[in-house]
Design a protein around this ligand. Structure first.
Ligand SMILES: O=c1[nH]cnc2c1ncn2[C@@H]1O[C@H](CO)[C@@H](O)[C@H]1O
Ligand SMILES: [Zn+2]
Length: 360
């Protein structure tokens, strides 16, 4: 039986789409502990998996993006060999499938995995193999997005890497890291190159910094989607009555917002889930998508993010279907492939759940 108010266990069965999830933010605590042991990494704050998982969540609850990002030192430290990357990617696919995700774009920064002299290509191939094998075994399609770190200077090189692997598991490009002081225009060269190559990219913008960052990402860099984009709210009147020119542009052009509610509460970009701009942006029919950001640091899953929104805003099955269709339409996948997933997987899956809810 399915209920009218979607319950967590039912949401898990819905065919979902995830566009914003970091590979190095989604490891299983037990895997971190085992890899640390195997590779002689002694820097972990806790050794027992349960305590380690709690440590990541608590340490990420600081209200500051910079402090949130410090926790990645530990996950990146244990992802420095092809075997470790393969395992982490394969388990990621397994965990997403267990949560009912049918299509995912998972991102990571290849330049952070070169400590033991792997080449950038070896990094990409190890992750791709993990996604392929895990995806095939558990029934989920996982593509990667290659991230360049915004405080570093390798974005052009990483953009070229993304183009080289565009037909081999890599769906696009992204920049991430501390936003304040590192505007997207620092990487204009990479974005202009990607545009010339007809390639897709998203930019973390409007998370820890406001409208200028979003404006640059769209109007200077040409981003297809916005990572977070929560601060677009600064260009919208209190009750949504009046949109500024940038907010109008984002809505008119249907620019997808990759929203990550729990992560935003942890980094201080929103006060609570109930106070998260996703409520207003959804009412105003921006192209909102729901995402996890970092399942480990936020102790979450896509189903749990949906369940939080159901609780805070009273969303029903039709809203969850709408978020999912928004995400699938916004994926960096060819149009015919998006359509096939919508027609063959997403719509029938949601219809079955909705019909069961009507009968129940
Ligand atoms: O919400 C976020 N905002 C900005 N950067 C992030 C966020 N989550 C993770 N990373 C950064 O992206 C890198 C590659 O995956 C991570 O190592 C982390 O530093
Ligand atoms: Zn992110």
């Amino acid at each position: 039986m399915t209920s009218r108010v979607p319950a967590l266990e039912e949401i898990r069965r819905a065919p979902k789409v995830l566009l914003h999830d970091h590979l190095d933010g989604g490891l299983r605590p037990a895997t971190i502990a085992e890899l640390a042991d195997a590779h002689g990494y002694t820097g972990l704050p806790e050794s027992e998996p349960g305590a380690l998982g709690r440590w990541f969540r608590d340490a990420s609850d600081s209200g500051s993006l910079e402090r949130y990002l410090e926790t990645f030192t530990h996950t990146v430290a244990v992802m420095q060999t092809p075997e470790a990357l393969y395992r982490v990617a394969r388990e990621c696919a397994e965990d997403l499938a267990a949560d009912g995700v049918v299509y995912a774009e998972v991102r990571y920064a290849p330049e952070q995995h070169l400590v033991q002299d792997m080449t950038l290509e070896a990094v990409v191939e190890a992750v791709n193999a993990g996604f392929d094998d895990g995806g095939r075994e558990h029934g989920v399609q996982v593509r990667s997005l290659l991230t360049a770190m915004r405080h570093q200077a390798r974005s052009r090189e990483i953009a070229e890497l993304a183009v080289r692997y565009r037909d081999h598991g890599v769906a696009g490009f992204d920049i991430a890291g501390a936003e304040a002081g590192n505007p997207p225009t620092r990487h204009l060269d990479a974005f202009e190159y990607l545009q010339r190559e007809n390639a897709h990219f998203t930019i973390h913008a409007g998370e820890a910094f406001g409208l200028p960052s979003i404006w640059q990402a769209i109007q200077w860099c040409g981003a297809d989607r916005l990572g977070h984009g929560v601060r677009i709210i600064d260009d919208i009147g209190e009750d949504g009555a009046k949109l500024g020119r940038l907010a109008d542009y984002v809505r008119d052009k249907r620019i997808p917002l990759e929203m990550c509610p729990t992560s935003n509460v942890q980094t201080g970009a929103a006060r609570s889930i109930a106070a998260h701009p996703i409520g207003l942006l959804t009412r105003l029919r921006f192209r909102v998508t729901v995402n996890t950001d970092n399942r480990l640091m936020s102790g979450t899953s896509l189903s749990e993010e949906f369940a939080h929104l159901v609780e805070a805003f009273g969303y029903g099955w039709s809203d969850l279907r709408w978020f999912t269709l928004n995400a699938m339409k916004s994926a960096f996948l060819h149009f015919d492939e998006r359509l096939a997933l919508i027609d063959d997987v997403i719509k029938p899956g949601f219809t079955a759940l909705e019909e069961a809810a009507d009968r129940g």
